[in-house]
Design a protein around this ligand. Structure first.
Ligand code: ZN
Length: 305
């Protein structure tokens, strides 16, 4: 099995190919999706399904790595087409009642909310499947195992199936054709130590391919995970150098952007490729995440934040 049985659907987010994937696993009597992308790319999802001879009604199951809008936005709509939606227990309540999730996204994205993410419908309660750590779901010949992997978000699973590890965002962001890895570190749950433990956990599993949602299938999982580890070391060293100076948000953001850009250019990326990484994983979002992590976990700065 492995690579051949997997179809990568490019959701062409914001007109940029290769930034957000949904993964299609056909089996004898239907198809499974790992991730479904945001509401704004629903038409691209439907077109991608059609190109492979499927309709949304053929999707029996959707496995969400986590509930951030770029991974899970279309799940409510898909539940209305008949799909069962599998999710982490901490994320589940927000799929049934997304009001808080959407309000906090609205604060972050403001006027760009609709254009970026489109419609986010609640998941139908009777279509929701809450998984536990290490649980395997059997769908005919497919065996899909959930692995609790906090660090990017508390409510994050990686999934193992057919020798492929679907890493959501815990495996970082890596564009097709590159080895370079960036870490998406959004507020409020980015947590360096938990992230390291999640990577160790994945390193103890055996699989031949790794498939981050941003973006694509890679055949060097151990090297990939080592690069995530390295990126965690680098951001920790950077934070330890910068954060004790208690920079305000604007200063921190400027410094982080420039550090990120230098790191990417040193890895051989062009400015255009840099843009693709930036679209899949905006730096300012990580600036917020870093700031929050440092205040909460390292007990520095304003303790009331
Ligand atoms: Zn995410």
């Amino acid at each position: 099995m492995g690579k051949k049985s997997l179809i990568t659907l490019d959701l062409n987010f914001m007109g940029m190919p290769g930034t957000i994937a949904a993964y299609l696993l056909p089996y004898s009597s239907g198809v499974v999706l790992i991730e479904c992308g945001p509401g704004s790319t629903r038409e691209a999802l439907i077109a991608g399904l059609r190109a492979h001879g499927f309709t949304p009604g053929d999707i029996s199951d959707v496995f969400l790595t986590h509930i951030h809008l770029d991974h899970a936005g279309a799940a409510g709509w898909l539940s209305r087409q008949g799909a069962r939606i599998h999710v982490h227990p901490v994320g589940a309540p927000h799929l049934i009642d997304p009001e808080k999730l959407l309000a906090s996204a609205q604060r972050i994205y403001g006027e760009h909310m609709q254009r970026l993410w489109g419609e986010f419908l609640p998941v139908l309660p009777d279509k929701l499947s809450v998984l536990s750590d290490d649980q395997t779901v059997e769908i005919d010949e497919l065996h899909i195992r959930a692995i609790d992997t906090p660090g990017h978000a508390e409510h994050h699973f990686a999934y193992l199936c057919n020798g492929i590890c679907f890493t959501g965002d815990i495996g970082g962001v890596r564009m097709a054709g590159f080895q370079h890895i960036r870490l998406p570190m959004p507020p409020p749950e980015f947590h360096l130590e938990k992230w390291r433990r999640s990577i160790q956990r994945l390193q103890s599993e055996s699989f031949q391919f790794i498939a981050p949602t941003h973006y694509g299938l890679f055949a060097d999982p151990q090297r990939h995970l080592a690069a995530v580890w390295q990126a965690l070391d680098e951001i920790e060293a950077w934070m330890e150098a910068i954060m004790p100076g208690e920079p305000d948000f604007e200063t921190l953001n400027r410094q982080f952007l420039s550090w990120t850009e230098q790191r990417s250019l040193a890895a051989g990326l062009t400015h255009e490729q840099l843009q693709a990484y930036e679209l899949a994983n905006p730096s300012w979002m990580s600036t917020y995440g870093i700031q929050r992590y440092w205040r909460k976990q390292r007990n520095l700065g304003n303790p009331s934040m």
